[in-house]
Design a binder for this molecule. Structure first.
Ligand code: ADP
Ligand code: MG
Length: 245
């Protein structure tokens, strides 16, 4: 059932690519101020769901509500202005710009530019974001000089430049060492403490369960479980999906 503090709600969202049903009649809500884990094996339809929510492409069927409004089919730039941002599994920095410039330029389409006040402190804010995501020492380097974990933090930093209320993060833990996973989890917790709502994708549930407030698990495009981390840990359907069958 819908709650009044739902930031996001998917109702019966389906996405087909030709004969492939990537997302199959999926419904779930994200509550204000929570970190929702969105888990499923590779190919389950997690990134496709993010694409439907973030306006990369519309779902084939179903409805997406953001802050109580139907945003189905609203393009990505318009959603970014409304505080809905995402990161990509494959990083997309501007290769010929420094880390600091990448973060500064991500602020151009943000809602502060579009509406009320014009920010005159772009570079100050970009430095603040670099510090927040742990990139201060790399600020004047080019993206291709960053280690993998740094590129990931740049991806998050560029999303933060749009001043999101809801941040969708696609597989932020892939390829990280345990220390880097902890550092990234700490960053996400601090964003939540600042009032942000997050959805975090992972294909491996174990790292994620310590971080999130609630979990939605999908397999072959369908929701197979939803609940607290403890409920999900002990769910036989989830264990089966991960063991294969
Ligand atoms: P996940 O992110 O959970 O690993 P995806 O959402 O990327 O899974 O993919 C779900 C299914 O949809 C897969 O079978 C994948 O091959 C297919 N798919 C994803 N994007 C496209 C696309 N643009 N065109 C055709 N098929 C796609
Ligand atoms: Mg994916």
């Amino acid at each position: 059932t819908a709650r009044t503090d739902d930031v996001l709600r998917l109702e019966n969202v389906t996405k087909r690519f030709g004969g492939v049903v990537a997302v199959d009649d999926l419904s779930f809500s994200v509550h204000d101020g929570e970190i929702l884990g969105f888990i499923g094996p590779n190919g389950a339809g997690k990134s496709t769901t993010f694409n439907c929510v973030s306006g990369a492409f519309p779902p084939t069927d179903g409805t997406v509500y953001y802050q109580g409004e139907d945003i189905t089919g609203v393009p990505q730039y318009a959603l970014v202005e409304r505080g809905l941002a995402r990161t990509y599994q494959t990083f997309r920095p501007l290769e010929d710009r420094t880390v600091l410039e990448n973060v500064s330029l991500s602020m151009v389409p943000n809602k502060l530019f579009s509406f009320s006040e014009f920010r005159t402190d772009v570079e100050d804010r970009a430095r603040e974001i670099c510090q927040q995501v742990g990139l201060t020492e790399y600020m004047h380097q080019m993206p291709d000089e960053l280690p993998h974990a740094g590129l990931l933090r740049l991806e998050v930093g560029r999303a933060l430049g749009t001043e999101p209320d809801l941040l969708l993060v696609d597989e932020p833990f892939a390829g990280l060492t345990p220390e880097e996973v902890d550092r990234t989890a700490t960053l996400f917790r601090s964003l939540r403490e600042d009032g942000m709502t997050l959805i975090v994708i992972d294909h491996n549930m174990h790292g994620l369960l310590d971080l999130v407030d609630r979990v939605v698990v999908i397999s072959f495009g369908e929701k197979i479980a939803e609940g607290t981390p403890d409920e999900i840990r002990n769910d036989p359907t989830v264990q089966e999906a991960y063991l294969g069958g």
